[in-house]
Design a protein around this ligand. Structure first.
Ligand code: SAH
Length: 461
């Protein structure tokens, strides 16, 4: 088969990146974007290798029962969502299968064990408009009009879209005001090709519980003209904090490190559970606050603390899990590699009057063994880990095994590395007790999982 040649195929499987998989003669495998299991489609080859190829969807000939009409007009182009063409129910099934199969195949967990420990995926009541943060590049379109939107998948051309359906409705209202202000005062958007122009990105964050709104303009300069006029415009739409971030580098990195406050206190506040967080333009904060509460609520439920326990929270970020757990534990230790995140964690502890949480900056695989060497007598009852996609470093896992906590709560954003680490832990005296996937990123292929493991031989009520 040659490039652009068309063929008919039925989609039978789905890759973890969200591509439909179908087979033609002699087992030749095709990966086709924007399709769903059960579709029969007309596709056109885009790349042909020896045993497999990629193709683009030309037309759906027979619709799968799992198909949904993508509500976003640019769903196919933007690349941010991979599953909008799938009904939400099918998305949850896809995520369940992904976690289940990784634990089965990579983790070598027996089917009987999985069937006993696996819980339903925690889905969203409304799988749209869940993101509390958005970053829009600003550009000029071919007609010379200023637009805000998204980069077309893997490119640097901006597709106009002020109302991403994963984001809040306020995004569009705020962007309209900013663009009108730019047009009125002749303020140019940044142009990547020439390195000229001022406004590069607009960052918008909303506290879902507090209702507070933050706007930060990323600019290619050190000062912002016509500030008062902008403040007036944005106060009219209830923005609580306005700042700009200086980024004069020719780089893909969005935010610059210098933040200049123009209006408001320089931060907004929000809650996850009953813990208050102070969020400034550069702070990390979970982007789906509703499901984060589900996820960390599951971690807390699995840890089942009584108030006497000592807990370690590895990869603690700004301390969300640590602070959640500290209310029910005797003592919580957190470790995180990014110093600014630990600064925020300490500040958040203080903000909430929490005094039994202690934070360390450094790599979990270095800080934990060192701490253990110095505190061999201190009993650790629960270890919680929430590592990045690559999972836990084996040195961290080995130290956990040495420390022998009764319970280990693993919060994972990548089922494949979770499965690898579960395998290691099962080979070192831990058993799998509970697996609960949480849909934190509806419409995308990502899935979070909260797992409870316990030391073999320890029984609980
Ligand atoms: N629970 C956290 C988020 C965890 S995300 C929160 O709610 O804030 C994973 C974190 O691991 C990130 O903050 C990342 O900076 C950190 N990290 C990455 N590698 C690390 C390592 N080797 N040791 C410690 N932390 C690490």
């Amino acid at each position: 088969m040659k490039k652009n040649e068309q063929f008919t195929v039925t989609i039978e499987d789905f890759s973890s990146e969200g591509l439909g998989i179908g087979k033609t003669d002699a087992g030749f495998v095709w990966f086709i974007k924007d399709t769903v299991i059960g579709d029969t489609v007309l596709a056109a080859a885009t790349k042909v290798k020896k045993n497999y190829g990629f193709a683009r969807l030309v037309k759906v000939l027979k619709k799968s029962e799992f198909r949904a009409e993508p509500p976003c007009p640019i769903a196919g182009k933007c690349g941010g969502c991979q599953l909008q063409q799938m009904s939400y129910e099918a998305q949850l099934k896809f995520k369940k299968d992904k976690v289940y199969n990784d634990l089965l195949r990579i983790g070598d967990v027996e089917k009987e064990v999985l069937d006993k420990t696996f819980e339903p995926v925690v889905g969203m009541a409304d799988p749209f408009r869940y993101r509390n943060k958005a970053q829009f590049p600003i550009a000029r379109n071919k007609e010379g009009r200023i637009i805000a939107g998204f980069y077309a998948g893997r490119t640097h051309s901006v597709i106009e879209c002020e109302d991403c359906l994963l984001g809040v409705k306020e995004n569009k209202i705020i962007l309209d005001k900013i663009i009108a202000w730019m047009e009125r005062y002749d303020i140019d958007p940044y142009d990547e090709a020439s390195g000229k122009g001022l406004v590069r990105h607009v960052l918008i964050r909303k506290g879902f519980k507090s209702g507070e709104l933050m706007v930060c303009l990323v600019i290619n300069g050190r000062s912002l003209p016509c500030k008062e006029e902008l403040v007036k415009e944005l106060c009219g739409v209830s923005v609580d904090s306005l700042s700009f971030s200086v980024n004069t580098e020719r780089t893909n990195v969005i935010m610059g490190t210098t933040i200049v406050d123009i209006y408001g206190p320089g931060y907004i506040e929000d809650f996850i559970g009953n813990i208050k967080f102070r969020i400034s333009p550069l702070s990390f904060y979970q982007v789906n606050p509703v499901q984060t509460e589900q996820m960390y609520g599951a971690a807390l439920e699995f840890a089942d603390l009584e108030g006497t326990e000592n807990v370690w929270d590895l990869y603690c970020g700004i301390g969300t899990i640590s602070l959640f757990m500290s209310q029910k534990a005797k003592k919580v230790y957190g470790v995180e590699i990014i110093p600014e995140a630990i600064r925020d964690a300490k500040q958040n502890a203080e903000l909430n009057g929490i005094t039994n949480a202690e934070f360390y900056v450094g790599a979990a695989e270095e800080v934990l063994p060192e701490w253990y060497k110095q505190h061999p007598e201190e009993r650790i009852d629960v270890v919680c880990v929430d590592p990045p996609r690559k999972g836990c470093d084996e040195r961290a896992l080995a130290t956990i095994v040495d420390m022998a906590p009764e319970k280990l709560v693993y919060v994972s954003c990548d089922p494949a590395t979770l499965a690898r680490d579960v395998k290691y832990l099962r080979n070192h005296g831990y058993e799998l007790k509970r697996v609960r996937p949480v849909d934190n990123f509806s419409q995308t292929v990502h899935v979070e999982t909260v797992v409870l493991m316990s030391k073999v031989g320890v029984e609980y009520a």
